[in-house]
Ligand binder design. Structure first.
Ligand SMILES: [Zn+2]
Length: 123
């Protein structure tokens, strides 16, 4: 998966791209999604093994919050995770705060604490 930066993208979006490139460089190349199945569990879906697992069973290496370039309410949460079923590494991206869906917020709450600091120094 290549995320070549587009020179026409505004700086706010570029920030997310930079984080994703960094995640990919650290082996987190897949993107996990909130499971579509509304069974009441806070599950994430792994596109590699196509298995839904409870968010709390994922390993979280690090996480990061990005603020929107123009709107401070436009925050994004990025977590670097490892699938408990197939050990594929990837990221989970969700809006933070009021912009998050109920299921996204549940997954964010259920994820374990990050194991280490983010591999970059945000300023
Ligand atoms: Zn998996």
């Amino acid at each position: 998966m290549n995320h070549d930066p587009d020179p026409g993208i505004p700086s706010g979006a570029l920030q997310l791209i930079e984080v994703l490139q960094l995640a990919e460089a650290n082996g987190h190349a897949t993107e996990f999604e909130v499971a579509a199945d509304a069974s009441g569990h806070d599950c994430l879906w792994c596109p590699y093994c196509e298995v839904e697992s409870s968010a709390s069973s994922y390993e979280r290496a690090w996480s990061l919050r990005l603020e929107g370039a123009s709107d401070p309410a436009d925050m994004l949460h990025v977590s670097a995770l490892t699938c408990p079923n197939c050990a594929t590494r990837g990221v989970f991206i969700a809006p933070f705060g009021p912009a998050a869906s109920q299921r996204q917020a549940s997954v964010l709450r259920a994820l374990p604490k990050a194991q280490c600091a983010i591999p970059l120094s945000p300023d």
